[in-house]
Design a protein around this ligand. Structure first.
Ligand SMILES: [Zn+2]
Length: 89
């Protein structure tokens, strides 16, 4: 029989990390819901108007409604991300 696992007292920092993780999981859930809604409202990519939209691109952080996103196809999203980051390096 294995020994009972000793319950270690979680240090303060550990608790904060857990809280932060819970908050980000909550945000991810909301993001998934908004993304779904966005893609239903805008089934075609708003950048090229040709491909089906698959991605929700953030216009603002933190996003609270679908107006904080733009519906893009994967190709346009990749290009957009590339343009966003180009000036930063
Ligand atoms: Zn596109």
């Amino acid at each position: 029989m294995p020994d009972k696992m000793k319950k270690a007292k979680a240090p303060r920092r550990k608790q904060d990390e857990l809280t932060q993780r819970a908050e980000s999981e909550n945000y991810n859930y909301r993001h998934q819901q908004l993304r779904k809604q966005l893609l239903q409202n805008f089934p075609i990519c708003t950048a090229c108007n040709k491909a089906w939209s698959t991605d929700a691109d953030h216009l603002r952080y933190p996003a609270t409604s679908i107006e904080d996103y733009e519906a893009l196809c994967n190709k346009c999203h990749m290009r957009r991300e590339h343009e966003k980051h180009r000036g930063q390096c």
